[in-house]
Design a protein around this ligand. Structure first.
Ligand code: OSB
Ligand code: MG
Length: 371
């Protein structure tokens, strides 16, 4: 395949409900979408998972736009590739910026799968047709609002509940949730809001039988996570700190975590996500698919990735309607009453992109072609 053109756009998509983490609140997403065209005008779609500010990691919507325009798109247009797994290496000269790279790399996977006429999950080596779903529930205005939300998500069938925590919204909240829902699969995500000095707080959570504690300490740290893991029984799960399969290997060797959350954007696309999955599966460590408040395109890529054998825990991939009044794919992602998503079988990402809706939401657009 030859990459003839890349189309980059920014869409604005308001969330049905604000989403709050320890690093801030989001009301409206600014999402970059990438579409790659090959020599036969076959196309593939990818989504950049960078947020509205450099708060989860260094990347954000504007930095991803700039690095794609100035460096990544020029590196890719005109290039040929045999396998989409080779695309990441074509962008090797640019360091980091994995979310921007992943938008392009995942678009090439969609393109390649569509050209071959196979569903993306199959091309990735997936083994399951139905994936298990959990939800990530942000910090709320009141504890009662949180309890009500958990109740309605459980009623919808979701298999596990993740709540966001931050200093001031942690142990007492977990205690209330546990008291009300003694038997559910429950976990917390701190998004790097604590330091090793907070180890006693995490030890106090051991009695709540949490599935895991996600990214309690610094986003760029492994050493202190290893120290914390030695002091708590609850498994530590790393999110922000795992940017590659090499990072995953080192985290296990250090004892910094016992579970990994894989996000396509954070690791740079499907090929690196496959390597993370392999690294963990070889060691018998479970992984699960995280989320970044994606539109339907990113959601569809997450569903395909979640079919790999190592994804043995429910992920954060949930129904479109939890985020969007109307998604940009058809049909929207829906969840069965037992909290699963049925993996689509159409070629590529398996969902149709509603181009009229994408056009209507687009606030800027740029095309890159080989000169
Ligand atoms: O840490 O997993 C996270 C959203 C934005 C940034 C970071 C995270 C999240 C979520 C939401 O937890 C997951 C989702 O429902 O998309
Ligand atoms: Mg997280």
């Amino acid at each position: 395949m030859q990459i003839k053109a890349i189309e980059l756009r920014e869409i604005r998509l308001p969330l049905v409900h604000f989403f709050e983490t320890s690093f801030g609140r989001t009301y409206e997403r600014r999402i970059l979408l990438a579409r790659v065209h090959d020599q036969d005008d076959a196309t593939g779609w990818g989504e950049c998972t960078a947020g509205e500010g450099p708060f989860y990691c260094e990347e954000w919507t504007e930095s991803a736009w700039a690095v794609t325009k100035e460096f990544l798109a020029p590196l890719l247009v005109g290039q040929r590739f045999d396998e989409p797994a080779d695309v990441f290496a074509l962008m090797r000269r640019v360091r980091g910026n994995r979310m921007a790279k992943a938008a392009l790399e995942t678009a090439c996977w969609d393109l390649a799968a569509k050209k071959t006429g196979v569903p993306l999950w199959q091309m990735l080596g997936g083994t399951r047709r139905e994936i298990a779903c959990g939800v990530s529930i942000g910090i709320q205005e009141t504890p009662d609002t949180l309890l009500d939300k958990i109740e309605s998500e459980l009623a919808a069938g979701y298999q596990r509940i993740k709540i966001k925590i931050k200093p001031g919204w942690d142990a007492a909240i977990v205690e209330r949730v546990r008291a009300r829902f003694p038997d559910i699969q429950l976990m917390v995500d701190a998004n790097s809001a604590y330091t090793l000095a907070d180890a006693p707080l995490f030890q106090s959570l051991d009695r709540f039988d949490l599935l895991m504690i996600e990214q309690p300490l610094a986003y760029d740290d492994m050493y202190d996570h290893a120290a914390l893991q030695r002091q708590v029984y609850t498994p530590v799960c790393l999110d922000e700190s795992i940017r590659s399969s090499e990072a995953a290997r080192k985290a296990f060797e250090l004892g910094a975590c016992r579970i990994i959350n894989v996000k396509l954007g954070r690791v740079g696309g499907h090929a690196e996500a496959q390597r993370v999955e392999q690294t963990t599966r070889e060691r018998g460590v479970p992984v699960w698919c995280g989320g970044m408040l994606e539109s339907g395109i990113g959601r569809a890529h997450n569903i395909a990735m979640s079919t790999l054998a190592g994804f043995t825990l429910p992920g954060d991939v949930s129904a479109s309607a939890r985020y969007w009044a109307e998604d940009i794919i058809e049909p929207p992602v829906t969840v069965t009453p037992h909290g699963t998503i049925i993996v689509p079988d159409a070629p590529g990402i398996g969902f149709a992109v509603n181009e009229a809706r994408v056009d209507a939401l687009t606030v800027r657009r740029e095309n890159f072609t080989a000169t």
